[in-house]
Design a protein around this ligand. Structure first.
Ligand code: NAG
Ligand code: NAG
Ligand code: NAG
Ligand code: NAG
Ligand code: NAG
Ligand code: NAG
Ligand code: NAG
Ligand code: NAG
Ligand code: NAG
Ligand code: NAG
Ligand code: NAG
Ligand code: NAG
Length: 350
């Protein structure tokens, strides 16, 4: 298929994806203890939840189908992990075009997904990659503020020998960054022309969005990517779509519910996320979610006596000793009497 075909095809995923987007709403109150917080091996902490009563709003719904977790109530985006630091990994498909294969499936040459409110494709952790010797790949998306985004890259090569490992510089592999604020993308991959000369070592053209660290190009991928269906993508999630300062003006809707929590503005788009304050641990999105860390028990920072206080601790020395009491400080030394100290100093100076 030529470039014109690709450009026509790019409309296809975009339109389908826009139609598939569902508006999220219905804020829930604090979840109760009967909520199921596990799906397969995945732990599902609030604001996420497996039913609408158990999550902050529908965007955070993770449905469990046969022990497989899916994001946002559809059966499309498989969740790989959830981090309380505002990140999540989902599974994304590799699009492919195999012109010489009898069963070449046109619908597999395009792929995309749309995210609900509060989720964006991480611009710092992901890349758009195309692999092939005869390959054009196009990505279209919508970035925050309803701006359309379209770009692409070209990957060519004449022989397997010309392809190096590791670098995606356009010979066998090309790669481009993801812009900030992207909540929806569609990509299409196509073979530039029906070239039988590269078909032996590169029967297909591939295109995908993936976590940068999870994919290192190898010349073997020109063949082997045929056996791989999915790659991980990192999403950034936030609660709320405003800044911390604005969010704090309405404590009813403010997401950092725990007393001992801090609010952080997202660096990749609008919104904020929460963290327990230093010296506390747990879930900042729940009222009593952040619990004091007992440093005396856990890190044993003191030499003699240790007193745990909320958010911190105090070291001390027993009677007859002096110092800050900290293992990584001056510790505790026996107190030397004044007359003895003078004697020691005198000795030193003489
Ligand atoms: C949790 O909510 C469910 C349904 O809303 C209710 O049936 C159940 O009694 C609640 N459990 C607790 C412990 O409040
Ligand atoms: C669970 O997944 C199967 C196949 O993967 C699908 O047929 C079924 O509709 C899904 N169930 C729900 C409740 O979405
Ligand atoms: C590409 O070429 C092969 C044989 O050279 C042919 O079988 C196949 O149908 C062609 N594909 C397209 C999309 O033109
Ligand atoms: C083509 O791929 C789509 C999506 O993966 C699949 O639903 C469809 O059944 C495939 N069609 C054929 C003929 O293999
Ligand atoms: C973005 O693209 C869509 C679909 O092609 C179109 O309907 C919309 O008008 C475009 N928006 C802008 C701001 O260009
Ligand atoms: C790339 O690495 C693979 C092993 O991962 C190796 O088999 C192949 O020969 C390497 N290709 C080049 C061009 O170095
Ligand atoms: C890719 O290479 C980087 C740096 O060399 C390494 O940190 C990373 O683990 C590799 N990833 C995979 C999936 O091999
Ligand atoms: C923020 O979210 C609220 C409620 O979900 C919505 O009414 C409002 O339009 C959003 N604001 C922006 C700038 O997206
Ligand atoms: C604060 O947020 C709550 C819940 O979203 C909303 O019902 C209420 O109107 C908001 N108050 C103000 C002053 O905006
Ligand atoms: C949180 O702060 C409020 C007001 O300062 C106080 O009444 C409440 O007891 C605190 N809750 C916890 C768990 O510390
Ligand atoms: C959240 O707090 C923990 C413990 O204080 C810290 O290790 C972590 O880096 C913080 N995360 C962010 C995103 O600030
Ligand atoms: C503190 O105690 C550790 C072990 O109990 C000891 O090795 C260290 O020397 C002490 N440090 C000081 C400054 O007293």
């Amino acid at each position: 298929m030529g470039l014109r075909g690709i450009l026509l095809q790019q409309q296809l995923p975009l339109a389908a994806i826009i139609l598939a987007a569902i508006a999220a709403a219905t804020a829930a109150s604090e979840p109760n203890s009967s909520c199921i917080r596990r799906c397969g091996s995945l732990q599902i902490p609030y604001p996420f939840g497996t039913s609408e009563e158990c999550c902050l709003d529908r965007s955070f719904l993770i449905t469990c189908n046969n022990s497989t977790p899916f994001l946002g109530g559809s059966n499309e985006l498989k969740v790989l992990d959830v981090s309380m630091d505002g990140e999540m990994r989902v599974s994304s498909q590799i699009a492919r075009d195999c012109p010489n294969e009898p069963g070449n499936n046109a619908s597999e040459s395009a792929y995309g997904f749309s995210l609900l409110d509060h989720f964006l494709i991480s611009p710092t952790k992901n890349k758009f990659t195309a692999v092939g010797c005869n390959t054009v790949a196009v990505i279209v998306g919508i970035i925050v503020g309803d701006e359309n985004y379209t770009t692409g890259c070209l990957s060519l090569c004449n022989s397997i020998e010309s392809v190096g490992n590791g670098s995606c510089d356009g010979i066998g592999c090309c790669q481009i960054s993801i812009p900030q604020g992207m909540s929806l993308f569609g990509l299409a991959v196509s073979s530039w022309y029906n070239d039988s000369t590269v078909a032996d070592f590169n029967p297909c053209s591939f295109g995908f969005v993936s976590e940068d660290e999870a994919y290192n190009f190898s010349s073997l991928d020109l063949m082997n990517l045929q056996n791989r269906e999915t790659v991980p993508v990192v999403l950034d999630w936030t609660v709320g779509n405003e800044t911390c300062t604005d969010a704090k003006t309405n404590l009813t809707s403010y997401g950092c519910k725990a007393n001992q929590s801090e609010c952080y503005n997202s660096i990749n788009g609008p919104g904020y996320f929460c963290n327990c304050s230093s010296g506390f641990e747990g879930n900042p999105y729940l009222h009593d979610g952040c619990q004091d860390i007992n440093e005396c028990e856990i890190s044993k920072p003191c030499n003699m006596t240790c007193t745990n206080i909320p958010g911190s601790y105090k070291c001390g020395c027993s009677k007859g000793y002096e110092g800050d009491g900290m293992k990584h400080g001056t510790g505790c030394r026996p107190i030397v009497s004044n007359s003895r100290r003078i004697a020691i100093e005198l000795e030193y100076h003489l």
